[in-house]
Design a protein around this ligand. Structure first.
Ligand SMILES: NC(=O)c1ccc[n+]([C@@H]2O[C@H](COP(=O)([O-])OP(=O)(O)OC[C@H]3O[C@@H](n4cnc5c(N)ncnc54)[C@H](O)[C@@H]3O)[C@@H](O)[C@H]2O)c1
Ligand SMILES: [Zn+2]
Ligand SMILES: [Zn+2]
Length: 368
């Protein structure tokens, strides 16, 4: 079969790859569609300290092809979203519904893909850029067959990450205000989850002006170009403490929440500066291993601001993915509109170019 492999320096499509037989708790999935997330580009750029060569891709949906003898909750023919969390299911965070804190979900890799004497690691426990992949049973969330698989694929990362950041990590309340930096596959889902949660003001920020229409389609009430030097002041005007208030040295006025879906030091600084008293920055973007951020102490203690990180939307896949699918079926959550373009696997480099241009919502790679 064909798969896209990153070998530590270059990425290429390789044919003739074979997949191991499933172990007792494994599931083999025919990948129908796989979204291209910015994290895939970061991996292909060598920014992540994970083993290679590896089969890339981590955002997918497909059809179960085979299951190990101990697998009970899915069977061949079922449609599934693949969650990247290969959680153990028995540790304290897993038992508490917080598998993003399960220690089994980080830094483990296996090599189920081979070609001749070469073997290839998994990436993000998923390896979605392959005609078939092998995952743990706990990663397979069954979905109704009427959900288009290209749309469902995006639930596997971008949707859960953005929606979960708002609903599970921040727990945004009706009437609150927010700014979202980075209107990509993740940021658009932050925006629509803010709309669904009843946020009063949703300010989208992106350096690509063409993103304004998409941002507004998903629920943004305002759009600011991320290159504007006065963007913090613009946010302060949209969400003032009171009509006459000066921001002062503690920065009154601004938003309750700032979602950083970029993770560049300048963006994180601006996100922090956009906050009102008691506001919180939620960092969703993933930077390189050595990137640092900075901020002013005066913005913290007396005015109870904070900054928190968020992995995979802090979700629990078997609880939250069915909820997301229900929100889609009820018309509240846009999924089909996220798929800007579909590419055959041979054309995967066009998908990369389009993501780099910043104009796409999400591109999806297909294998049939
Ligand atoms: N925390 C997690 O579990 C998790 C999961 C998935 C993705 N991510 C990360 O989230 C980030 C976003 O991923 P994505 O797939 O949505 O990426 P994307 O490429 O689809 O979107 C990023 C957007 O940010 C915009 N942008 C770039 N620089 C900017 C700036 N200075 N100010 C404002 N906007 C700017 C781009 O124009 C683009 O629209 C990446 O860092 C990715 O690695 C994190
Ligand atoms: Zn666990
Ligand atoms: Zn991702």
């Amino acid at each position: 079969m064909r798969a896209i492999v990153y070998d530590g320096s270059t990425t290429e499509l390789i044919d003739g790859i074979e997949l191991a037989a499933p172990g007792p708790r494994d599931v083999i999935v025919d990948v129908a569609a796989a979204g291209l997330c910015q994290s895939d580009l970061s991996f292909m750029a060598g920014l992540y300290p994970v083993p290679s060569p590896a089969v890339c891709g981590h955002e997918a949906a497909g059809v179960v092809s085979a299951v190990g003898e101990a697998v009970t909750h899915v069977k061949p023919g079922d449609h599934v979203v693949i969650a990247t969390l290969a959680a153990c299911g028995v540790c304290e965070p897993c038992g508490d519904g917080r598998p993003t804190a399960c220690l089994s979900t980080l830094g483990r890799s296996r090599q189920p893909f081979t070609k001749g004497d070469d073997s290839f690691h998994t990436f993000a426990a998923t390896s979605a850029f392959a005609e078939q992949t092998i995952v743990s049973d706990i990663q397979c969330v069954k979905i109704p067959k009427d959900v288009p698989l290209a749309s469902a694929a995006l639930v596997g990362c971008g949707v859960v990450t953005g929606v979960g950041a708002v609903m599970s990590r921040a727990k945004v309340q009706r009437g609150e205000t927010a700014v979202v930096f980075g209107v990509g596959g993740v940021g658009l889902n932050v925006i629509q989850a803010l709309r669904i949660s009843g946020a009063k003001t949703i300010i989208a920020v992106d350096t690509v002006p063409e993103k304004e229409a998409l941002a507004r389609q998903f629920g943004a009430t305002h759009f600011i170009n991320g290159l504007d030097e006065d963007l913090v002041a613009q946010v302060g005007k949209i969400a003032p403490a009171s009509e006459a208030a000066d921001r002062g040295w503690f920065n009154s006025g601004g938003v309750d929440w700032a979602f950083d879906c970029v993770a560049h030091p300048d963006v994180t600084w601006n996100a922090f500066e956009c906050l009102d008293w008691e506001g919180t920055v939620v960092v969703v973007g993933v930077a390189s291993q050595t990137a640092e951020f900075r901020g002013l102490y005066t913005r913290l203690t007396q005015v109870e601001r904070g900054i928190i990180g968020c992995r995979y939307g802090s979700i629990s896949p078997h609880r939250d993915i069915p909820r997301i699918i229900e929100l889609y079926r009820s018309g509240d959550l846009l999924l089909d509109e996220l798929v800007t373009a579909s590419y055959t696997v041979e054309d995967w480099e066009s998908a990369v170019d389009d993501l780099r241009s910043g104009r796409a919502a999400r591109g999806v790679i297909t294998f049939t």
